[in-house]
Design a protein around this ligand. Structure first.
Ligand SMILES: Nc1ncnc2c1ncn2[C@@H]1O[C@H](COP(=O)(O)OP(=O)(O)OP(=O)(O)O)[C@@H](O)[C@H]1O
Length: 272
């Protein structure tokens, strides 16, 4: 199965709120997006709203206004159906391991799949699919190892294996390489970018990885600041970062000369 642009993510006027310690806070506002490229990166500063956007698309955030169509599913009102369509890979893979061993963890997902007749898969087919999924993610040798005994790189491979075994049409990966060393980062990134059975939405601070996607979305202060071809959006974001850093360094040098002053705004955090 190859991802086709007929299956897209479309958000119109989306607003996300959360209950903060001091009352309701708005995390995302006025989001209008159509994502139909096979691989879409989401970039932006810490606290800008990237994970919130990813979570809203996955039905994991409180969308209080607007419409969200995710591969034909109403992601605001039909979160249950969304689970068949979306797979979510978290930055910390330990958060999504539920079974004691590697094989059992993947098996749990495959057992939940239905055949074309709507019935559960026969035992032999479950076993064959689990073996194939483990082999694809180079986990065969680790099949009987306790999940808790995996290294970060192995755990991230297991998370991807278990998520993709559910055959989602959209995989959302939120900083999937942030815990990994350089070599494993490249292995996981290459595997994600090479996959063509699903659309990929990749939240990342790794701008090389973002550039390797087809399209990108730049989130800034709880709004979408730019969207389009990944190279263009990342270039625009980098220019903004360069200017912001130059401004802060200039400010710091000025402060050093003038003595202490008030802190400037200079933050990409979501507006309250
Ligand atoms: N449940 C919540 N209640 C209150 N504030 C929240 C909640 N969830 C997120 N936030 C705030 O919303 C803002 C956006 O958070 P989000 O996690 O989406 O940012 P991000 O761009 O993914 O950041 P990072 O790059 O640091 O992971 C942050 O200021 C965060 O503290």
């Amino acid at each position: 199965m190859t991802f086709t642009t007929e299956r897209a993510v479309e958000l119109r006027g989306v607003r996300v709120e959360a209950d903060g310690a001091e009352g309701v806070v708005t995390l995302l506002r006025d989001v209008d997006l159509r994502l139909d490229a096979p691989r879409v990166a989401v970039v932006g500063e810490n606290g800008s709203g990237k994970s919130t956007l990813a979570r809203a698309i996955a039905g994991l955030a409180d969308v209080v206004a607007g419409e969200a169509d995710v591969h034909g599913v109403d992601a605001v009102r039909d979160v249950k159906s969304l689970r068949r369509v979306v797979g979510f890979v978290f930055a910390n893979p330990a958060a999504q391991m539920v079974m004691p061993t590697v094989r059992e963890d993947v098996e749990l997902t495959v057992k939940a799949l239905r055949g074309p007749d709507g019935r559960r898969l026969p035992k032999a087919e479950v076993a064959a699919r689990v073996d194939a999924a483990l082999a694809e993610h180079r986990l065969t040798e680790l099949a009987d190892r306790p999940c808790l005994a995996l290294s970060s790189g192995q755990a991230q491979r297991l998370a991807m294996c278990a998520v993709t075994a559910a055959e989602p049409s959209l995989v959302i990966a939120d900083e999937p390489t942030s815990l990994l060393d350089g070599r494993h980062r490249r292995i996981i990134a290459d595997r994600l970018l090479a996959a063509d059975g699903f659309q990929l939405l990749l939240v990342t601070h790794d701008l090389d990885l973002a550039r390797a996607c087809d399209d990108a979305v730049w989130v800034h202060q709880g709004r979408v600041r730019a969207t389009g071809p990944a190279g263009d959006v990342v270039r625009e974001y980098e220019r903004f970062l360069d200017e912001a850093v130059a401004g802060e360094l200039g400010g710091a040098l000025g402060e050093a000369a003038d003595g202490p002053g008030e802190a400037g705004e200079g933050s990409g955090e979501a507006a309250r």
